[in-house]
Design a protein around this ligand. Structure first.
Ligand SMILES: Nc1ncnc2c1ncn2[C@@H]1O[C@H](COP(=O)(O)OP(=O)(O)OP(=O)(O)O)[C@@H](O)[C@H]1O
Ligand SMILES: [Mg+2]
Length: 273
């Protein structure tokens, strides 16, 4: 089991030099193919945590602790060369706000090519093939139209799915997804969540998925972590956390799963939404 460990975080502290640390003494680990969801209210430190994994926090932030990938790469301090080697391909990120990560004046195809060519030397045709395949996986039947669009011609949900498709292009070993479904309507949320689950199974992709939605967490996770005020107040298998939550806060989150979503995500076996 231990060899299976892909990422280990120990005693992570992140501070933006405010009174309260954004993340305090946080430790967790994740195995190959595991889906870990991080649930918690706004400002609890979820994005700070996953940005720290890829070294994306501003230089002014004070950060301590260790983040080790594949028992070898210490990510917290990684240099540009290592970052280029690992990020995007081995560890991929879906940002909370995909829109701000797409250039408004370049067509999707152009930006997607740039992303692929930063990692692999491929011809234009090879890029197009990869792009179409990846977009299809995210439910775009009209991949060519998407590739020919500017970001403003796509809805927020479509942009988010493009961001997820890009992140999954190289079948990363670890996917970090910051609220990947919050901009989507419910039907698309289900589709994207199901797709993430399938990809995790098919490619043994480990995923850390940040969500506000305990219903989503209850459906897709192997493990669930609950964050509050920068601290991880609950961490365990989905069954442990859902069936016997240790804190009142987690109990409230579970009780707040709307009945419909309860059916949709938590108890769902095979019913069609
Ligand atoms: N760039 C920044 N500069 C200063 N403080 C920041 C910055 N980014 C985050 N913080 C602070 O760090 C804390 C954690 O923020 P973070 O964005 O990690 O929370 P979150 O759980 O992702 O919230 P949300 O659900 O709203 O996305 C908050 O108190 C926030 O105000
Ligand atoms: Mg956030």
């Amino acid at each position: 089991m231990n060899n299976d460990k892909i990422l280990e975080i120990k005693d992570l502290n992140i501070s933006y030099r405010q009174k309260q640390a954004a993340v305090s003494n946080l430790s967790l680990s994740i195995r190959r193919g595991e889906i870990l969801t991080i649930v918690g209210e706004s400002g609890s430190g979820k994005s700070s945590l996953i940005h720290a994994i890829l070294g994306l926090l501003p230089a002014s932030v004070s950060i301590s602790g260790t983040i080790v990938y594949k028992e070898k790469y210490v990510l917290k301090d990684f240099d540009d060369k290592l970052r280029k080697e690992i990020s995007g391909k081995e560890i991929a990120m879906v940002f909370q706000d995909s829109l701000s990560h797409l250039d408004p004046i370049k067509k999707i195809a152009y930006q997607y090519d740039e992303f692929i060519l930063a990692h692999e030397k491929l011809t234009k045709e090879e890029c197009r093939k990869l792009e179409r395949e990846s977009l299809k996986k995210l439910g775009f039947d009209d991949a060519n139209r998407i590739l020919n669009s500017y970001p403003f011609e796509l809805s927020g949900g479509m942009q988010q799915r493009v961001g997820i498709a890009m992140a999954l292009t190289f079948n990363p070993a670890l996917l970090l997804a910051d609220e990947p479904t919050s901009a989507l309507d419910v039907t698309l949320q289900v589709q994207v969540v199901e797709e993430l689950l399938r990809l995790s199974k098919d490619f043994n992709t480990a995923m850390i998925i940040v969500t506000h939605n305990m219903g989503v967490a209850a459906h897709i996770s192997d493990n669930i972590a609950v964050m509050k005020d920068g601290k991880m107040i609950e961490y365990g298998s989905k069954e442990e956390v859902i069936k016997s939550p240790k804190t009142e806060y987690t109990k409230k989150l579970i009780e707040a799963i709307p009945k419909l979503e309860d059916i949709r995500f938590a108890d769902r076996k095979s019913e069609v939404v």
